[in-house]
Write a protein that binds this ligand. Structure first.
Ligand SMILES: Cc1ncc(COP(=O)(O)O)c(C=O)c1O
Length: 405
């Protein structure tokens, strides 16, 4: 028998299936109410519109021959043009050359890792942060340090290494962060840009939930603020990652990076080596429907997700014992719950599924360097209000009994 382990590259040691994912998979049962997955509700998908859009492309022999053929790595021209126009409309003048189409924003993160990180270099991430980003960056063997949050009093210089080396970039989710649901204020965004300016490092803005705002006022994108400071997108220090996964559907795997064309040009080469290009037909269909569907889906899904968020917040307030706190997101899918410090949410998960029939993601899954074990992430995206109220009631009952033990 071949000992495969002995043949893997060193970086394979960092490619581990998360303990939590295995636990959740083992419990994928019908009677478990899952607040674990961060996926959109499939009953809200614009299936008929997508079917018509594919039929229109494939029904036209000329377009079909383009749609089913190889295409260029940077992305289909009509989709790049739409994304550039959309960014321009939102206040940041942008050309198609500023856009790279990727297989979801997950590939955007991997491609950024590939271009920027050499082994042992430092990447700044939040604590907590998005697990998928850490998994993407891990293949390039970075170290991690904590991106300064609103409460941090670390100076930019404290991020420099002994030889003056500095972090390669900071990774941040300014809107409805996964897992905390938190949104950075304008002042916090400006402080982050001040910090990046002081160290002269790029920032990666990951913004998959942008169209899912249920309350509060929109804040300018980090790339918009950075482009204003720098006198244009080509001089700015932000790479903005977007996706149709939450604004239309995730299954087409179409996302993008928008940024200065010099960096985009190099990212195109890195992406080309990975997969040549993103699906031609999916890009053409999205270029046809994006103008109407991004807006109509937002109108359709926001009231549904808003009601679910409100139901979850109300249930938490009604049932959770004193000493438990949680975030109140203005959008996205997630609420971040903090239990009293001695409760380990990873240990509690098996009991939660077995005794309360409720799944969540333990907080420890979201820390690049290990972190607090008394927090957990709840997602309200795929459960109706009544199921949310019942499930949170049962979870709160379990927390009460854990506190009493
Ligand atoms: C913060 C964040 N970034 C990126 C992604 C990846 O999204 P996709 O690759 O579907 O665009 C997700 C998915 O849930 C996410 O939550």
């Amino acid at each position: 028998m071949t000992n495969w382990q002995s043949h893997y590259a060193r970086r394979a040691a960092r490619m581990e299936s998360a303990e939590v994912r295995d636990l959740l998979a083992a419990f994928t049962r019908r009677d478990v109410t899952s607040f674990a997955g961060g996926i959109p509700d499939p009953t809200l998908f614009p299936t008929a519109e997508m079917a018509a859009a594919y039929a229109a492309v494939l029904g036209d022999p000329k377009r079909a021959s383009v749609a089913l053929q190889y295409s260029i790595p940077e992305g289909h021209p009509s989709l790049r043009a739409w994304l550039a126009a959309d960014m321009t409309r939102r206040g940041t003048p942008c050309a198609p050359e500023n856009v790279l189409i990727t297989n979801g924003s997950q590939q955007a993160l991997d491609t950024i890792g590939k271009l920027f990180i050499s082994e042992g270099e430092t990447v700044l991430v939040g604590a907590p942060t998005f697990l998928g980003a850490v998994q993407a960056f891990n293949a390039y063997e970075p170290r991690y340090d904590e991106l300064p949050g609103p409460e941090s009093n670390r100076t930019p210089d404290s991020f420099r290494g002994p030889n003056g080396g500095k972090p390669k970039f900071g990774y941040v989710m300014p809107e409805f962060e996964n897992p905390t649901g938190r949104t950075l204020t304008l002042a916090e965004r400006n402080r982050l840009l001040d910090f990046a300016d002081a160290l002269d490092i790029p920032l990666v803005e990951d913004s998959p939930y942008e169209t899912l705002r249920y309350s509060g006022e929109a804040v300018p994108l980090l790339i918009t603020l950075a482009a204003e400071r720098a006198g244009g997108i080509d001089a700015c220090r932000v790479l903005h990652c977007g996706t149709f996964s939450k604004s239309i559907v995730p299954g087409l795997r179409v996302g993008w990076i928008i940024g200065p064309r010099e960096a985009i040009h190099k990212l195109i080469l890195a992406k080309q080596a990975a997969d040549i290009q993103t699906s031609t037909i999916n890009q053409m269909v999205l270029a046809d429907v994006a103008e109407t569907l991004v807006a109509s889906q937002a109108e359709k899904v926001r009231p549904v997700y808003r009601a679910r968020r409100d139901a979850m917040l109300a249930a938490l307030a009604a049932h959770m014992p004193a000493g438990v706190t949680w975030t109140e997101p203005e959008g996205g899918f997630f609420i971040w719950v903090t239990l009293p410090e001695h409760i380990d949410t990873t240990a509690l998960l098996a009991r939660s599924m077995a005794e309360a029939s409720v799944a969540y993601v333990p907080g420890s899954a979201f820390f690049a360097g290990g972190g607090s074990r008394h927090k957990l992430r709840l997602s309200f995206s795929v459960t109706d209000e009544a199921t949310i109220a019942d499930g949170i009631g049962r979870l709160a009952g379990l927390v009460r009994s854990a506190l009493a033990e």
